[in-house]
Design a protein around this ligand. Structure first.
Ligand SMILES: Cc1cc2nc3c(=O)[nH]c(=O)nc-3n(C[C@H](O)[C@H](O)[C@H](O)COP(=O)(O)O)c2cc1C
Length: 468
């Protein structure tokens, strides 16, 4: 099929990935986009043929460049280039409507601000900007939504909850802008914002020209050539509030559709590890400030966090998660295995360094005779006697509880002096002021749960298309 590109294509060209740098597109697209294959209602276009030409005017660039692909137009990047193409990328286009009246929207995972395939969350905003927020697309209509629940989830993540977390005071009040009417989803994009309130940008003045060790300062600058030094901009974990809001909608979908529940808890803070089997934990207890549902271990964790706080250091740890009520069948057998998608989701959380599902790394030291999860019939359905698989086999949920653990590093903001370099390459010493968490683990629990909810909601919806 040869796609005819209508004039609306210029919208895609103007801002295909949500980047802010729009060329001043004056003209219309030419007609031919290239040869494409149609698959399940989507059009997959080989990158080499994705070419459309739009006369555009960008100061200092050719008025008649060839703008190809979803990236920021190359004319923006290099004034010497008047045309560009990105042959190494495959672009996924969605074909809405028919023939040459159709709109072609082009997007790709390059900028990575969107997560999911059907249930999709896009987040925006920075730590010290006006607001952060997101758009959830693909949430089916008719789902009853409690905005109070979304707010409660945000309250579990927000800073300043106890003397163990950063004193930055953010109410993290969510405002729903669209997609919910009379308490139900309308099937339209659900947009929300959370305004930033307690920014103290001056705390970050000293960080303008130096790179914080083990933070994202150097890598941002190496990649973009510009960075918002105030609180880390987009690399700040403030962004994760949007994931929690999106995850709260996903949780409500999973609860309504499957009765599934996702429970995260802190299973380690530094050397204080929760040693009891997860099935003995009592989740009916109100969450304590450490979010470890075992009071004795929670007390040990608390003492360690206080010690780190008082000495200006930070501590790592682990968040574990148990998901109940997931039926067999979620997850795809090859690249989009359920545990692979959970792994990506969890590893995309700031400061996460490891992910394991079921027996995880311990499996490497076991024998098959120990590790195999024997089957028996339970209520007329196959069930396993043990759950080393963590509820996923062959990338597909098997109906048992899904359990996984995420390892968090001790975050970078320590108060002791550290060796670093400046932007201009001089040796320097840095002491990080500002307000930071000595241990982010308690606040990370709702973030981990949210990412798991997004993955499961997406796979639940995907799974509804696989058989008659
Ligand atoms: C809830 C939460 C709060 C965080 N707060 C801080 C903080 O106060 N200081 C800090 O250096 N890093 C903090 N981080 C981690 C940084 O965002 C993260 O380390 C940084 O973006 C670099 O990414 P990386 O550690 O994944 O490589 C926090 C992470 C989470 C999940």
């Amino acid at each position: 099929m040869v796609l005819k590109c209508p004039q609306r294509c210029k919208n895609a060209a103007q801002n295909p990935t949500g980047t802010t740098a729009d060329p001043d597109v004056n003209g219309e697209a030419i007609s031919e986009l290239g040869t494409a294959q149609s698959e399940n209602g989507k059009v997959i276009m080989p990158a080499a043929t994705v070419r459309f030409e739009i006369p555009f005017s960008v100061p200092g660039a050719s008025r008649n460049g060839t703008f190809a692909g979803p990236s920021t137009p190359c004319a923006y990047r290099s004034e010497s280039k008047s045309s560009c193409s990105y042959p190494k990328y495959l672009f996924l286009t969605s074909w809405l409507g028919n023939n040459n009246q159709s709109q072609v929207s082009i997007f790709a995972g390059m900028a990575g601000n969107t997560f999911g395939q059907i249930f999709r969350l896009t987040t925006f905003g920075e730590s010290h900007g006006a607001a952060i927020g997101g758009i959830i697309d693909g949430c089916p209509a008719g789902l009853e939504i409690s905005t109070e629940f979304i707010q409660r989830e945000l309250d579990r993540r927000r800073p300043g909850q106890s003397d163990l977390s950063t004193p930055r005071k953010e109410s993290d009040t969510v405002e729903i802008l669209s997609g919910i009417f009379e308490g139900r989803t309308t099937g339209q994009p659900i947009a929300f914002v959370i305004r930033n309130a307690d920014q103290r940008s001056k705390d970050y003045g000293k960080l303008k020209d130096v790179y914080r060790p083990s933070h994202a300062d150097y890598t941002f600058e190496a990649k973009y050539g510009i960075r918002d030094h105030r609180g880390g901009g987009r690399s700040s974990a403030r962004e994760t509030a949007c994931r929690v809001a999106g995850g709260a909608v996903a949780k409500q979908l999973l609860s309504a559709a499957l009765g599934a529940e996702i429970r995260g808890y802190v299973s380690a803070v530094a050397e204080a590890r929760l040693e009891v089997p997860p099935e003995t934990l009592d989740f009916s207890l109100p969450e304590n400030e450490v979010r470890c549902p075992h009071p004795e271990t929670a007390q040990r964790m608390r003492s360690l966090i206080e010690g780190a706080r008082d000495s200006g250091d930070t501590l790592g740890g682990a968040v574990s998660c148990i998901i109940t009520g997931v039926p067999p069948g979620l997850g795809e057998p090859v690249f989009d295995k359920l545990h692979a998608d959970l792994g990506k989701a969890v590893l995309s959380i700031n400061a996460v360094k490891g992910f394991e599902i079921g027996s995880g790394f311990a499996a490497a030291g076991m024998r098959g005779s120990e590790h195999n999860d024997a089957f028996e019939m339970h209520d007329g359905k196959p069930a396993t006697l043990t759950n080393h698989s963590g509820g996923v086999q062959g990338g597909i949920s098997n109906g048992m509880n899904i359990n996984f653990t995420a390892a968090f590093k001790p975050v970078a903001s320590i108060k002791t002096a550290q060796k670093t370099v400046t932007r201009s390459g001089e040796a320097a010493e840095i002491e990080i002021g500002g307000r930071h968490d000595p241990c982010v683990l308690p606040r990370a629990v709702p973030i981990v749960e949210a990412m798991a909810a997004l993955v499961l909601a997406d796979h639940y919806l995907r799974n509804r298309t696989v058989k008659l």
